[in-house]
Design a protein around this ligand. Sequence first.
Ligand code: MG
Length: 401
Amino acid sequence: MALTITNVKTVTCAPQGRQQLIVVKVETSDPGLYGWGCATFTQRAAAVVTAVEEFLKPFVIGMDPQRIEDVFQAALTSSYWHSGPVLNNALSGVDEALWDIKGKLANMPVYQLIGGKVREAADMYSHASGETFEEVEENARKLIERGFRYVRAQVAVPGYTGYGSRARSKAGQAIWEFAPYVRIVPRLFEHLRKTLPEDVELLHDIHQRIPPIMAIGLAKDLEPFKLFFLEDPFAPEDIGYFPLLRQQSAVPIAMGELFVNPAEYVPLVKDRLIDFMRVHISDIGGFSVARKLAAYCEFFGVRTAWHGPGDVSPVGHAANLHLDLTCHNFGIQEGGYFNEAAREIFVGCPEIRDGYMWANERPGWGIEVDEEKARRHPWPDQPLRGGWAPLRRADGTICRQ
Ligand code: MG
């Protein structure tokens, strides 16, 4: 009998604090055969669950799970209006689950299905932040001691909140100002270059928080410190500034975690305006489309740097990793850690050792989700249900996060 999709469901949990993880389980007419995919969009999590349960589930039941691209294209176009993080995350959950199923059918890890390893493990960067330069330095040293060779450094701006630092301004509000930030960041890297081992690679994320011309100035100021990359200098709406930045600075640029349509990368890559493609894979529709983007980038010398902090489920990290292992134009993998609760729920999640992320040899993504244990770590009760509180300037103006 033909293999068909018989059920689709979401499994939700929050084993690592406030991050509301969502994975999708696709079941088939073969009772032991099912797959898992990442659909995590922690700021609008309940909307993704609805998109999966109410729309994708009835749409794909009865389809052939082996026809991954066909199911993807059919689901993508079934809403007529498509793209956007909610629908793309829902689609990613199904798409990645079908790749997991494909791997189980072949009895191979996904990385084998798409060509096999070109490297043994994925070199990672992790985050060091702090209230002072010394605290950032100390946290960077801890990462270096754990084997990391790449460190992203962010520092608090005294009196203000800052991205990558937990500090709040004196009044306890999240107040952000551009000028103090662009003054302090070059001094942080001057400090780190004087104190940390010479061979450590340093990264920094502007997080689209300053006016474009200030980002260009900051890129120039940071040039002496030889960053591995400078991330998100502009918001997605300001990509027209990239040619100006490129003309004035040779700092390697990483961009794109906020893009939600794969076509958004095309002009930046084609015109060689970025060096690293940052993609939150589930936000653009999942593994199938990320794979195409990675191949496109290879022809332009652009390397991958998949988005991988705590708001990616371990299944999503596995999808990142299987591309890292197989793409010649891999650049670096962002990653943090998986606590004990996460590892108990996502059995077989990638291992982090000596600053590398390692895959296991099991079929598909190599991850089994313990649904009972997931239920023990429900989403927390949060006033904004995962959404972010407003970020304002001192005069009350709303800022990009
Ligand atoms: Mg970022």
